[in-house]
Design a binder for this molecule. Structure first.
Ligand code: TRP
Length: 339
């Protein structure tokens, strides 16, 4: 971390794609909770990666809805738009402008080696060039803000590495322009697994609906999903993610939602049935989700207010992004536009 004088707090930046109609508990505990924590001690920039979402063909109405919902869920989950700049990626055009310049410094070979691209294409996703250059846009997202922290999950590690490579390369070709961001891979505060296949992570793209606890699910639905969670047959409540993945996941969820240590819960439920544990987990989840849903309802009721929040966030983001774009254009020899 660079020396943080009180006058200039460190900066953090992160984004999430609007690829579903609701965040699930894993997104919330894995990412959003960290964003909220970081906004306490950094100058934070959080955005909805709506341009990245274009890499997967989606109905325009659906993308529009999900972009608003995702932004609202950031707020309902604790991102405070008074303290953090909250914006849509597409509203700050410097993201695409600098992405182009970076693309011209990126090797075809190094993009071809990105594992996420290889995974998605071998899984049959019909690859477009946007998907191929996805990491370049992400590098631009990051480098424009010269952040000290880029909180992301482990699945984004390679994207951060290519971002560092591109920044270093650019600086050595054109002179010091970008700050090379330090990786800040989130240690998962809680690893939340699929309720139906507890050996897999809870995932918006691969878990069945019954395996997902969506932040927008009705309380009765959440309770039902918890009740039908897969456990095991030995009937013993203890924490052992290897051999008792289902029960351990329930304990993890309870612990994260009620902020009580797993050991304390194990002691409390020792000798009792899985039914009791599930009932308690359902109650803890519902209690935590209810205020979130109330705030969501208010935000979705007033889309104009949400749009104002996003506009304000974009204006703040532009203040940081524009001078970086100008420096990049200047470094590579693009003539400044006279306006
Ligand atoms: N690729 C990230 C994801 O899918 C989202 C993202 C886009 C991002 N640009 C970013 C995250 C910049 C951090 C910084 O999760």
């Amino acid at each position: 971390m660079p020396d943080a004088t009180p006058a200039t707090p460190p900066r953090s930046l992160s984004g999430m794609q609007p690829t579903s109609d609701s965040l699930h508990l894993g997104n919330y505990l894995g990412a959003l909770v960290n964003w909220v924590e970081l906004q306490e001690r950094t100058d934070a920039f959080y955005f909805v990666a709506d341009l990245h979402a274009q890499t997967v063909p989606t109905d325009p109405e659906v993308i529009r809805r999900r972009t608003r919902v995702t932004a609202a869920q950031f707020i309902a989950g604790g991102v405070d738009p008074e303290r953090s700049a909250l914006f849509c990626q597409s509203h700050v055009r410097e993201h695409t402008e600098v992405a182009w310049i970076l693309a011209c410094q990126t090797g075809f070979g190094e993009m071809s080696r990105m594992t996420q691209f290889k995974d998605k294409t071998t899984k049959g996703q019909n690859a477009n060039v946007g998907l191929f250059t996805y990491p370049v846009l992400m590098a631009s997202d990051i480098l424009l803000y010269r952040p000290d922290f880029v909180p992301v999950g482990d699945d984004q590690r390679q994207h951060l590495e290519i971002t560092r490579d591109l920044a270093t390369r650019f600086n050595s070709r054109f002179g010091q322009t970008f700050t090379v961001p330090e990786p800040y891979i989130l240690k998962e505060s809680a690893r939340i697994m699929d309720l139906q296949e507890p050996q897999n992570k809870m995932s918006g793209s691969t878990s069945p609906d019954k395996g997902l606890l969506l932040l927008s699910d009705e309380p009765s639905r959440l309770a039902k999903k918890v009740r039908s969670a897969v456990t095991d047959t030995d009937g013993e409540i203890r924490f052992d993610p290897e051999s008792k993945a289902g029960v351990s996941n329930l304990l993890t969820i309870h612990s994260a939602m009620s902020r009580r240590p797993v050991a304390e819960l194990v002691a409390e439920y020792a000798g009792r049935g899985y039914g009791d544990l599930k009932k308690a987990v359902a109650e803890a989840v519902v209690a935590a989700v209810e205020p979130f849903q109330a705030r969501m309802a208010e935000l979705m009721d007033d889309p104009a207010e949400l749009d104002r929040i996003l506009a304000k966030g974009a204006a703040r983001a532009t203040e940081i992004a524009r001078p970086t774009r100008d420096a990049v254009y200047d470094a590579v020899g693009v003539l400044p536009a006279q306006r």
